[in-house]
Design a protein around this ligand. Structure first.
Ligand SMILES: Cc1cc2nc3c(=O)[nH]c(=O)nc-3n(C[C@H](O)[C@H](O)[C@H](O)COP(=O)(O)O)c2cc1C
Length: 411
């Protein structure tokens, strides 16, 4: 989708500039040619050499450089791209953009460009919340500047709150949307809330089914994908309840947390979170539990092997998708398969009665369970299949959130 596209990347002076190096790698992996402009502030955080090495191109820094100007020229620089991306976008640079200043190469290129501009703001929470910054953002968005992030969380300055630059994978998705013409101020523009007013319930992680007070049946789910989905929906403005089994994942920002252990507790918590517009079932719910968990620790010394009689657990996805009165209008399930992924997932979508299934291959060696990346095949309500490129779980979550926002926008 991005292969052959040209991006002008402006890196300004914020701590998050290091993430822009990762962004360059993600873009280069997708066949994008990246030309970069580094502000004087930006050069305090990343070196021109790093940017040059990763972009495999010259780094432009100086408005009044005789050689740069004769070779390329700031007007050509700003126009020989399909999209201009500013990451990180500092409070300073956004103020210059809003005021129409052009006192360095970055601000001049931004004023001279005739191409769409996508900004990824990053700054301290107070700087972000300041009336001046907010007024500048509002003005830029009215003029059609696209925005991704910022998210909330721990900031590099040691404070917590809004101001954290979107992750490189999220910026990649926003770039795809911008180039596909799907982002118009609202989509791909996390904080402005394409899902504002929508309620979502998301399940994540494994369940633990007790055998006795100290032992349980579990699985290898890490909760990374479900937590990332909850975070992405919240970033897009949804009011999210995350019902999660035991995981080591940090709580996503601006998400209501509900911690459970067993499948039956997960079902109860999901029901309690209704009504909702969106249900995303990403948890790896144990299919079976021990029918009668022992009240006391089973003793080895008693001799023999304990006979564990299993009972079937409730099917949470099926229940949510088949509710008579309170069925969420969009029910999304995940299908972890180890072969024939699409065929099984299609069958699962029909059997469960949900709207979409996100199928992924969890065969040993794919590294999906507990890993960082995921290869998704989305089967929609018409049984059509979308093959998504292998991506980080945050990117998958962002893509899903945008897909969900698109579905509600079209409804
Ligand atoms: C250690 C340090 C970290 C900074 N981090 C940020 C930041 O994350 N976001 C921001 O808007 N400004 C940040 N600043 C302030 C900018 O670097 C400063 O406003 C600079 O003039 C920006 O220049 P530029 O917008 O031309 O790149 C930081 C400054 C320092 C010294």
């Amino acid at each position: 989708m991005l292969d052959g596209k040209r991006i002008l990347l402006i890196v300004a002076g914020g701590v998050a500039a290091y993430k822009s190096l990762i962004l360059v790698r993600r873009l280069r992996e997708r066949g994008v040619s990246v030309r970069s402009v580094l502000t004087a502030g930006g050069a305090e955080f990343v070196t021109p050499l790093s940017l040059a090495a990763l972009t495999e191109d010259k780094v432009y820094r100086d408005l009044f450089s005789l050689t740069d100007e004769s070779e390329m020229g700031h007007i050509r620089l700003s126009r020989e791209a399909d999209l201009v991306v500013v990451a990180p976008a500092t409070a300073d640079l956004m103020a210059k953009m809003a005021a129409g200043l052009a006192d360095d190469l970055a601000s001049t290129a931004l004023l001279a460009t005739d191409k769409p501009v996508l900004i990824a703001p990053a700054m301290n929470v107070e700087m972000w919340g300041h009336a001046a910054t907010q007024a500048n953002i509002a003005l830029l968005e009215r003029r059609g500047v696209l925005r991704v992030g910022p998210g909330a969380g721990d900031l590099a300055c040691g404070e917590t709150g809004s101001g954290r630059m979107a992750e490189p994978e999220e910026i990649v998705v926003a770039i795809e949307n911008a180039l596909a013409g799907r982002a118009s101020g609202a989509l791909g523009v996390s904080a402005s809330g394409a899902l504002a007013g929508k309620r979502a319930v998301v399940t994540s992680g494994p369940t633990w089914e007790p055998i006795d007070p100290v032992r349980y049946i579990a699985n290898r789910s890490s909760g990374k994908q479900g937590h990332a989905v909850a975070a992405a929906l919240a970033r897009h403005g949804a009011e999210v309840t995350l019902v999660t089994g035991p995981t080591h994942e940090p709580d996503p920002a601006n998400v209501g947390m509900c911690r459970i252990e067993t499948a039956r507790e997960m079902l109860d918590a999901c029901m309690a979170a209704l009504p909702a517009d969106i249900a995303v079932c990403a948890a790896a719910v144990a299919d079976w539990r021990v029918r009668e968990a022992a009240g006391e620790k089973l003793k080895k010394e008693n001799g023999g092997l304990p006979a564990l009689e299993l009972a079937e657990n409730p099917d949470i996805l099926h229940r949510l998708a088949n509710l008579e009165n309170r069925r969420p209008p969009l029910v999304v399930g995940f299908a972890a398969e180890t072969g024939n992924v699409v065929a099984y997932a299609r069958e699962k979508r029909r059997r469960k009665g949900c709207d979409w299934i996100l199928a992924n291959d969890v065969s040993p060696g794919t590294g999906t369970f507990g890993g960082e990346r995921n290869t998704i095949h989305l089967i929609d309500e018409e049984d059509r299949v979308e093959h998504w490129p292998t991506a980080g779980k945050a990117e998958v979550a962002e893509r899903l959130a945008l897909r969900i926002a698109g579905r509600f926008a079209a409804a």
